[in-house]
Design a protein around this ligand. Structure first.
Ligand code: ADP
Length: 584
């Protein structure tokens, strides 16, 4: 082990010994070939022993240990080791296929770039086309657009393109930052940019964390500054853009890779522009390769139905993956699933003509059909999620009234069937559906939407009968953000009304999400709310928006007492103030 790495290990040894659980780390190190099973036996669960052993090993072991820390989400500890990572000589370099070195893994995981899907086939030609365009951003800022239809593998390709040591080192030494966008409104966009700014500022270790920018213009300026001064030569990846307002907000003269279904989005922004089209889906042989990987068969060993299945899937990697996951469990059902794909029982007319959804519908229906009855109903519950929203298991543990562990097991089953995706860069893990899957669910359950949303609201009320959650964790954020949405969709107008016209709720939501989301609720649900009372709340928020962005958070009752005396906001504040006074 080289000197720097060795001394680093010695320096941080105590912390490592206290914090790590060796068994998981050792699994990774064994699969990297730097630790033997015998050694593992000896160490069993003792961190002290593992450290001893590491100190006697070579640079590879240090790197492998570092990677294991990252994989097991000990990011803080990994950071302590980062600066002393041994220099990777070209020979070591070669041992990482595709130039995906520990350095690349760290950069990508820090930037939130998704990992490869479990079953993954390479698409070298497309990946190289994207990389070649990215190299054009080496000397100057600009935009690279990857466009194509839904489910054609754009996000996977974008993530794959940056998984390359040379590219990052030469073009984006400032890092790669991933942002999932999807269909969103202005407050959501603001929230995304806010959290990106927060992420970027946090990793600078800057002492003076600034308050979050509270308008899109301000957010744009903040990000411009950060990208120009603190993260020059870094790449922003914007996944799944629908609308050019997003691009305008990010038109800050930096380097951007974006995926979209709409080719002409960058027309409205300035700078150099390049594009890569993901024309059709996978070529036939790539589709076959996915099926072979799922069923652990050799390509030549696939049955004759395989080719027809791939054809029926129209090369959509999403659909092929669904069928592959089914065949993994039932390897003798090739003919059966082919027939299911060919039946058009789910045929419907859709607005979008750009994609053959039939295949997806058949595949989704087949995957759902093999779920155990009780899980099928749970999967149906996911119909109520908003597009592109990722949720932690805890939200579902409220909805399903189950222990989080039990929920995680069920979600794992969905993930294994390609019915759900997991973002494991985040701790806790976040789960989400592909757009097309959500389309399918909404279509299939269109007569039950109201009752499904009602269930969400009732379960929430049951679980939080003593008050709204305020912890600020991912679960709390979900409820505070989406409770109003579920109430509105459930047609629970009275309850929505009571919630939104309560100073307590305003207090909590403003504190947790900032005033922009609140104001947006009043606008969005305006038509079902009382006009006059609504205006009281809206005026209160717009007048005090700036204050409500401050931390420490101001006393909302005090602010509300300055409202005109005929305002409902004032009335509620007065009641609270009097209650407070009488309690002494
Ligand atoms: P898009 O961004 O175009 O909507 P995604 O990149 O999200 O599509 O891909 C949809 C799904 O298709 C993925 O979640 C994965 O299951 C599957 N998929 C895409 N690309 C590949 C690939 N190269 N190898 C294996 N599966 C893939």
């Amino acid at each position: 082990l080289e000197e720097g790495a060795r001394s680093c290990l010695l320096r941080v040894r105590n912390r490592l010994e206290q914090d790590i659980k060796p068994s998981y780390l050792m699994d990774h190190m064994i699969s990297d070939g730097v630790l033997t099973v015998d050694e593992e036996e000896k160490i069993r669960t003792q961190a002290v022993e593992l450290l001893e052993l590491l100190l006697r090993k070579d640079n590879h072991a240090y790197i492998s240990f570092y990677n294991a820390l990252i994989k097991e989400a000990y990011d803080d500890l990994a950071n302590l080791l980062h600066d002393d990572l041994p220099n990777i000589s070209p020979s070591v370099y070669k041992s990482f296929p595709d130039g995906c070195t520990p350095y690349v893994q760290t950069v990508l995981s820090e930037g939130g770039v998704p990992q490869r899907p479990v079953v993954f086939v390479s698409r070298p030609e497309l990946v190289n086309r994207i990389r070649e365009k990215l190299y054009r951003l080496q000397k100057e800022p600009g935009w690279v657009t990857v466009f194509g239809m839904a489910g054609s593998g754009k996000s996977v390709l974008a993530a794959e393109a940056v998984r390359h040591h040379g590219l990052i080192e030469e073009c984006f030494p400032g890092g790669v930052h991933w942002l999932s966008i999807g269909q969103l409104d202005k407050p959501d966009l603001l929230a995304k940019i806010q959290s990106l700014c927060f992420r970027l500022e946090q990793s600078l270790d800057s002492q003076s964390l600034q308050r979050p920018p509270n308008s899109l213009d301000e957010a744009k300026e903040r990000l411009r500054f950060l990208m120009l001064r603190r993260y020059p030569r870094s790449l922003l990846i914007l996944d799944d853009i629908w609308d050019s307002t997003v691009l305008k907000a990010l038109d800050i003269h930096c380097r951007i890779l974006l995926t979209t279904r709409n080719r002409s989005l960058t027309d409205s922004v300035s700078g150099a522009k390049y594009e890569v089209e993901v024309e059709s889906g996978l070529e036939d042989n790539k589709g076959l390769e996915i099926l072979a990987l799922y069923t652990k068969t050799k390509l030549q060993g696939l049955p004759e139905e395989a080719r027809s299945i791939v054809r029926e899937c129209k090369g959509s990697p999403l659909v092929v993956s669904l069928i592959g996951a089914l065949l993994k469990d039932k390897p003798n059902r090739w003919r059966y699933y082919l027939c299911q794909l060919q039946q058009k029982q789910f045929k419907r007319i859709r607005k979008s003509s750009s994609y053959d959804y039939d295949a997806l519908d058949q595949a989704m229906a087949a995957s759902i059909e093999v779920l155990p009855d009780e899980h099928r109903d749970l999967y149906k519950d996911l119909t109520v999620l908003e597009k592109d929203i990722k949720i932690p298991a805890k939200v579902l543990s409220v909805l399903w009234d189950m222990e989080p562990e039990e929920v995680e097991d069920i979600l794992e089953e969905f993930v294994n069937k390609s019915l759900l995706y997991v973002d494991s860069n985040n701790k806790p893990y976040l789960y989400y559906l592909h757009d097309l899957q959500l389309d399918f669910l909404v279509e299939q359950n269109r007569n039950e939407l109201e009752s499904l949303h009602t269930k969400v609201v009732r379960q929430y009320q049951q679980h939080y009968k003593d008050g709204h959650p305020t912890s600020g964790d991912d679960e709390c954020l979900y409820w505070i953000r989406f409770l109003t949405y579920h109430m509105a969709k459930a047609n629970l107008s009275q309850e929505l009304y009571a919630l939104m016209f309560s100073l307590d709720w305003v207090n909590i939501k403003a504190q947790i999400m900032g005033p922009a989301h609140l104001i947006n609720d009043y606008v969005e649900y305006g038509p079902i709310l009382d006009k006059e009372v609504r205006s009281h709340f809206q005026e209160f928020l717009s007048l005090n928006g700036h204050q409500l962005e401050q931390r420490p958070f101001p006393d909302v009752v005090q602010l509300a007492l300055s409202e005109p005396h005929n305002s409902e906001v004032y009335r509620q504040a007065l009641v609270k103030a009097q209650e407070g006074a009488s309690r002494g």
